[in-house]
Design a protein around this ligand. Structure first.
Ligand SMILES: Nc1nc2c([nH]c(=O)n2[C@H]2C[C@H](O)[C@@H](COP(=O)(O)OP(=O)(O)OP(=O)(O)O)O2)c(=O)[nH]1
Length: 141
């Protein structure tokens, strides 16, 4: 069985200019409960990654979103996660609805980009947060 592909959204409050990033606190499994992450989840067989991410955002947060650029990973498969999985992450913004922790999370927080890296992210997510913040600081977003 090939390693699962996970997709995540770097949801920004605004694109011009962005100030805050939506972080979601996991409730399961016990080993990850309490850690912060990008909302998202596993790509199902036969599903396109972008479609999977939009589905996950509807299920988990109850929102529709538009995806923008991908936060380019150091590997073609995506950002390496624990246990051999990979994650691809897209910059996104909410187009309909108000994000709520409907599934898999007990808390959502719009964190300022300037202090986003200080949150207790799942360790594998921290390089992604740093790449995202660096990229947004160096460009218009
Ligand atoms: N969604 C998400 N998962 C992450 C991140 N960082 C990270 O290591 N992971 C890991 C945690 C899980 O082992 C895996 C994602 O699985 P999941 O449980 O969220 O996916 P899912 O809802 O589709 O899965 P399922 O349990 O319903 O089958 O990737 C992240 O930023 N976002």
């Amino acid at each position: 069985m090939s390693a699962p592909l996970i997709v995540g959204a770097a949801l920004l409050d605004s694109l011009r200019p962005p100030h805050r990033l939506l972080a979601a606190r996991r409730t399961r499994p016990a080993s990850l409960a309490g850690w912060w992450e990008f909302p998202g989840g596993k790509v199902e067989p036969g599903e396109e990654p972008e479609a999977a991410l939009l589905r996950e955002l509807r299920e988990e947060l109850g929102v529709d979103a538009t995806l923008h650029d991908e936060v380019v990973a150091p590997q073609a498969s995506g950002w390496p996660l624990a246990n051999g999985a990979s994650m691809r992450v897209w910059i996104a913004h909410v187009t309909d609805g108000f994000p709520l922790p409907l599934e898999d999370h007990d808390l959502l927080r719009w964190v300022p980009l300037s202090t986003a890296a200080e949150l207790a992210w799942i360790p594998a997510d921290l390089p992604i947060v740093e790449a995202l913040v660096g990229r947004l600081n160096g460009a218009d977003g």
